[in-house]
Design a protein around this ligand. Structure first.
Ligand code: ANZ
Ligand code: ZN
Length: 820
């Protein structure tokens, strides 16, 4: 018997698919299309198990859909701009382009060795000018429509290296390179106006619900963070002017006991200037600004100082002190709040800490609320108290009335706020797409004319990690001509955030060879992506940006669709010894080594078998051994039966053993098909393993050759999406079938043969027969009990009583024991 040699088998079939160009696809209006996309990798150097998992899951779906007759687009590319390439240049002196393309080359080899069914003709690398030129075009179009604009933004600044740092280069508040404490600095930068699409992005969240995980939808909604409220002016005491606050709880306005400004609020300095409080407040503001970075890492205490100034509650006329505190953010609302400690937890904690008064204005329906007795804010609905003529109303009703009053008095108006901020895309980095803008001393800011695109990133550059943006040092690049007056002008030296490239790459896969325009009719044929698969870490930013870009490109007339991704699957992490696989933890399993030892089919099988896609996968060395043994067992089974296949069938009808044997074939097809549809690959594989055991047990039985052949053929077809190489080999070498599996259709089952017999189950309540139900013989106990409890007979006799126990005697009866 031939030994199973995964290396030989796998290389053979990979070569075969490549030579036959099996996975290259063309648009074919006559066939239904299916666009399967996995998130493209950053070419960091080598694939890790997370990648392998992502792409193994995708490959099952791609191959399965293909066998179902879909015209499947399954592309792959490289998210090739980014910081690590630049860091490699700083640390090892290798050019980012060289580093990137070498990595791409290596990783592409790894993907091919896994046998993934990609159409490599459509490969994209985002650092290629033929890709980012279109991005520059979109930027210009957005600029012309006011969707790209320049504004001040806050950046991380390293005083040691005199350079801007990316968030990833700030480690514990310090520069990753020189260890200096990182400062905040205001710098001019480019923004994309994603807020203009906030409402549409939110509205479409609900339309996406059917094909996206609920968790991701919720994260997107929270990120957009729409909140309805009012802005109200609190006049200053003894001076002209007022403080404008934003609140979502105008019903609590009678309970305001202080007002708080964000430390960065311009009025802070104004109000303390020349007063005895000036020094202390300024010191606090400095500290709070420095805290900025740490704050984001989550370890912060609510702190503040009074300004010594007062303002007036416009509805009550009460005077309230003005404070500044670190928990009020300048970027949200108006950067100022009215504090209601009785009904807002943050305000409550702050008031307790600084001994500020607490005034209750809403009480629960059934009791009084005394400020002294409160241990936390009362944030529920209730009845208005201490609120003038609103007393006694429900707070919901009062809310509407108070807003009307505020608007009538002209002291404020309704306002909708979003957490979502415009997207700052300027990076003072080298390895990114240049922003196509020219600054002319006479004509101002101008976009690069379209026919001069792309603005190619120059390759001759010095990257030291110190000083300003590397591009600013490349004189040939910076110095240019003004497109309007032809005088000397300068180019923008910022590059774009790499998230911009990943916001539209899925569109470009449809027509990567079109060098005249970004998109053509092929986009219409393939889009939207039918199934997108990737990590949950992209649940917010990448997916939101991609949705935003799709809408912008629609409004610019480039594409004709509202949403890019029909369905989304977020796969879990790969963990080992209880922690996420990572270099720093030293628990990394190298895919190459595993493929060397067991072959790609075993690695794929193990990854798919160990956990359902959305769950975390715990890497166990025994597990991969087990999968390898299974494939060897499968191999031997085929070779053992092979001689039998040539024999003729007996003349008599199926024996009862053969009936069972045949039924199992169809049950397995049904189960595996349904499991793949639901992405339950692990249970599909478990079913195949069980079936293999059954076939081994059937070896001594008298099963006719044609039935054996059918079983083995179905085995190959059903396992093919998971382990494509070994199945091709067995199909062609043992079963002698042609054409290859990749061109076969997914098997169908005969519904007549998978019917489960039904049984009648009697429903008793306290031992008396009250109803009966018809159920499939193998319906799980829980289901039978649920159905029994819902029968009219059971309902009549359990109503108003407590069910104590439900007993199921399989295939016979359910007894419901109840009391009362
Ligand atoms: C008074 C009040 C009373 C509030 C109450 C809440 C409960 P969302 O839903 O997130 O929009 N707030 C407003 N601007 C803020 C800022 N720049 N920094 C920190 N907090 C700010 O939250 C709106 C609420 O968050 C606002 O309503 C305000 O506190 C606070 F019983 O005003 B509220
Ligand atoms: Zn000019």
């Amino acid at each position: 018997m031939r030994r199973y040699d995964p290396q030989q088998v796998e290389l053979k079939w990979q070569k075969f698919w490549e030579e036959k160009r099996t996975f290259e696809v063309k648009e074919d209006p006559a066939r239904p299309k299916y666009y399967l996309l996995e998130m493209f990798p950053y070419p960091s150097g080598r694939l890790h198990m997370g990648h392998i998992r992502n792409y193994s899951i995708g490959d099952v779906v791609a191959r399965y859909k293909r066998m179902q007759g879909f015209n499947v687009l399954h592309p792959m590319g490289w998210d090739a701009f980014g910081l690590p390439a630049e860091n490699a240049a700083i640390e090892h002196g290798v050019h980012p382009a060289k580093w990137t393309y070498e990595n791409i080359n290596y990783m592409k080899g790894q993907l091919k060795r896994m046998g993934f069914s990609y159409d490599w003709k459509r490969e994209i690398a985002t650092c290629d000018p033929s890709y980012y030129r279109w991005e520059q075009l979109f930027f210009i179009k957005m600029y012309e429509r006011g969707l790209a604009y320049k504004s001040l933004s806050e950046v991380n600044w390293c005083p040691g290296c005199e350079t801007v740092l990316a968030n990833e280069q700030v480690v514990g508040g310090r520069c990753w390179r020189c260890g200096s404490e990182v400062e905040k600095k205001e710098l001019e930068g480019w923004f994309l106006k994603i807020t203009a699409y906030a409402d549409e992005l939110l509205e479409f969240c609900d339309k996406l619900l059917k094909g996206w995980p609920e968790k991701v939808i919720l994260m997107q909604k929270n990120w957009i963070g729409r909140s309805e409220g009012v802005e109200v002016d609190f006049p200053l005491e003894g001076k002209a002017g007022s403080i404008r606050i934003f609140t979502t709880r105008p019903d609590t306005i009678f309970g305001v006991t202080f007002v708080v400004l964000a430390p960065e609020h311009p009025m802070v300095e104004e109000l303390v200037k020349g007063t005895p409080r000036e020094e202390e407040v300024k010191e606090f503001v400095r500290r709070a600004k420095r805290q900025g970075l740490l704050l984001r890492e989550g370890e912060f205490e609510k702190e503040g100082v009074p300004l010594g100034a007062y303002c007036v509650n416009p509805l009550t006329g009460e005077r309230v002190p003005v404070w500044t505190a670190n928990f009020v953010l300048m970027e949200y609302g108006t950067g100022a709040i009215m504090a209601v400690p009785a009904h807002d937890q943050r305000d409550f904690e702050f008031a307790k800490r600084y001994g500020l008064p607490i005034k209750v204005v809403i009480r629960p329906k059934d009791r009084e609320l005394l400020p002294e007795a409160m241990t936390e804010a009362y944030t529920e609905d209730g009845i208005m108290v201490n609120s003038g003529h609103f007393d006694g109303m429900s707070n919901r009703e009062a809310m509407e009335k108070i807003v009307e009053l505020i608007e009538k008095k002209g002291i404020g108006q309704r306002k909708v706020n979003y957490r979502l901020k415009d997207w700052g895309i300027s990076r003072q980095r080298y390895w990114g797409a240049p922003i196509p803008i020219i600054y002319c001393p006479n004509c101002g800011t101008l976009p690069v004319p379209e026919d001069e695109l792309p603005v190619v990133l120059p390759l001759k550059v010095e990257i030291t990690g110190k000083g300003g943006s590397p591009l600013a040092q490349v004189h040939d690049f910076v110095n240019t001509r003004c497109p309007r007056c032809n005088g000397s002008a300068k180019r923008e030296t910022d590059t774009m955030d790499t998230f911009v490239e990943s916001s539209w790459y899925f569109l470009r896969y449809a027509c990567p060879d079109n060098h005249k325009e970004p998109f053509d009719d092929r986009v219409k044929y393939w889009m939207p992506v039918d199934q997108y698969i990737g990590g949950i870490e992209h649940a917010v930013l990448h997916l939101l940006y991609a949705r935003f870009f799709t809408k912008v490109l629609r409004d610019l007339g480039y594409v004709d669709l509202d949403e890019p991704f029909e369905r989304l699957l977020t796969q879990g992490m790969v963990i080992k010894d209880g922690a996420k696989m990572s270099k720093s933890k030293g628990n990394v399993v190298d895919p190459d080594e595993m493929v060397q030892r067991y072959g790609a089919d075993t690695v794929r099988l193990f990854i798919l078998f160990s956990a359902p896609p959305e769950k975390d996968l715990d890497w166990k060395d025994e597990g991969i051994e087990g999968c390898y043994r299974f494939l060897n067992r499968l191999w031997r089974l085929f070779f053992e039966i092979a001689p039998k296949l040539a024999e003729g069938d007996p003349p008599h009808a199926f024996t009862s053993e053969e009936v069972e044997f045949y039924r199992r074939i169809h049950l397995t097809i049904k189960k595996v098909t349904e499991d793949i549809e639901r992405f339950h690959f692990n249970t599909a594989i478990a079913q195949m393993m069980e079936w293999t055991n059954y076939l081994y047990e059937s070896l001594p039985k008298d099963i006719r050759p044609s039935l054996w052949r059918e079983a083995l053929e179905k085995m190959c077809l059903l396992l093919h999406p998971f382990v494509p190489h070994i199945t091709e080999e067995l199909w062609s070498e043992v079963l002698r079938r042609d054409p290859p599996l990749v061109d076969q259709r997914w098997p169908m089952y005969d519904p007549e043969w998978v019917k489960v017999p039904e049984v009648t189950v009697v429903v008793q309540v306290n031992g008396k027969v009250r109803d009966k139900i018809q159920v499939p013989e193998d319906l799980p106990e829980e289901e039978v009990k649920r159905l029994a409890l819902e029968t009219p007979g059971a309902r009549r006799h359990t109503e108003g009583k407590t069910v104590k126990k439900v007993v199921y005697v399989p295939k016979k009866l359910v007894n419901i024991v109840c009391e009362g």
